[in-house]
Design a protein around this ligand. Structure first.
Ligand code: UDP
Length: 245
C-alpha cells in the first residue's frame, strides 16, 4: 500500500514506512496478532484497521489533555502519520487492577484493586523475553537518565488519570496498559507506539454479575473467541462517546 515509501522496520503488529518529510513516519497496522512473545500467532481480518482507528481517537483525546504524543493524523483507516521518534527500549506498564504477569509472579490475587497505580518497567528485548527491570537496572544499563525516567513516570500517571475516566464513561474498566516513549528530533519525550486493546486490558462494566468479560487481547491469549467483535465494540463505544460530546 505505502510501497512508494521505503519500509524502515517491520514489527509483530506494525510496519513503519519513511515519509517524504524526514521528521515523520507512516505506521501501518497489520492484521497479525501475537502473544507470549510471538509463540502464539494468528491473523484477524480488520484488526489492523480497528487498532489504528482506536489508537488515533485515543491519541487525539490525550493531545486535548496536554499529553504529548507522536500522532499527527490518519493517512487511511489502517495507517497513521506520526512524528519520527527514537524509541526508548522500555515497556512501561501501569496497573490499576492485578492481572496477568503480576499474578503469575507474585501472590496477589487476580482482580485485586490496587491501592495506588503500580508502574512496572520491562526491557524491550524479544531475545531476552522482555525481562522485568528495576530502577537500579535501568541506571546500570544507562537506558535513560533519572530526570527523563521521572518525566515518563509522571506522564504515565497522568495518562492513567485521563484514560481511566474516559473508559469508565464508556463502561470499560482500564485494568492495565503498556506504553512506549521516544525522543523526537528536538529531544522532547513523546508517547509513541499505540493505545489499543492489544496493549490495554479493558473489562466490560456492563456485566453486573461480577464476571470478568475481557474486551482486549486476552480474548486471543486465552482463546475466548469473539476477538474482532470485542475490538469492534471498543471502537464503537469510543466513537459514540466522542460523537456525542
Ligand atoms: N503488554 C503489552 N505487550 C507486552 C506485554 C504486556 O502490550 O509485551 C500489555 C498487556 O496487554 C497488558 C499489560 O501490558 O495490558 C500488562 O501485561 P502483563 O505484564 O500482565 O503481561 P501478560 O499477562 O500480557 O503476559
Amino acid at each position: 500500500m505505502n510501497s512508494e515509501f521505503g519500509l524502515l522496520y517491520e514489527g509483530k503488529a506494525k510496519k513503519i514506512f519513511a515519509h517524504r518529510d524526514s521528521e515523520k513516519v507512516i505506521i501501518e497496522f497489520k492484521d497479525d496478532a501475537t502473544a507470549f512473545n510471538a509463540l502464539k500467532k494468528s491473523k484477524f481480518e480488520g484488526k489492523g484497521e480497528l487498532n489504528c482507528l482506536i489508537s488515533s481517537k485515543i491519541f487525539e483525546f490525550l493531545a486535548k489533555n496536554q499529553i504529548p504524543t507522536h500522532y499527527l493524523e490518519l493517512k487511511n483507516n489502517n495507517s497513521m502519520i506520526t512524528q519520527k521518534i527514537k524509541i526508548i527500549p522500555l515497556e512501561v506498564v501501569l496497573r490499576n487492577i492485578a492481572y496477568g504477569s503480576l499474578c503469575k509472579q507474585t501472590t496477589i490475587k487476580p482482580g485485586s484493586v490496587l491501592e495506588a497505580p503500580l508502574i512496572d518497567f520491562y526491557l524491550k528485548n524479544d531475545k531476552l523475553n522482555d525481562p522485568l527491570l528495576t530502577k537500579d537496572r535501568i541506571n546500570l544499563l544507562k537506558i535513560i537518565d533519572n530526570q527523563d525516567l521521572e518525566f515518563i513516570i509522571n506522564m504515565t500517571l497522568k495518562i492513567n488519570k485521563v484514560l481511566k475516566p474516559f473508559f469508565y464513561n464508556i463502561k470499560l474498566e482500564l485494568v492495565d496498559f503498556k506504553l512506549e516513549f521516544g525522543y523526537n528530533s528536538k529531544g522532547q519525550i513523546l508517547l509513541g507506539d499505540e493505545i489499543s486493546p492489544d496493549n490495554c486490558r479493558l473489562w466490560d462494566l456492563n456485566q453486573n454479575n461480577g464476571t470478568i468479560v475481557s474486551l482486549d487481547k486476552d480474548r486471543f491469549r486465552n482463546d475466548l473467541g469473539g476477538f474482532i467483535e470485542a475490538y469492534t465494540e471498543i471502537k464503537n463505544r469510543i466513537n459514540n462517546f466522542i460523537n456525542s460530546n
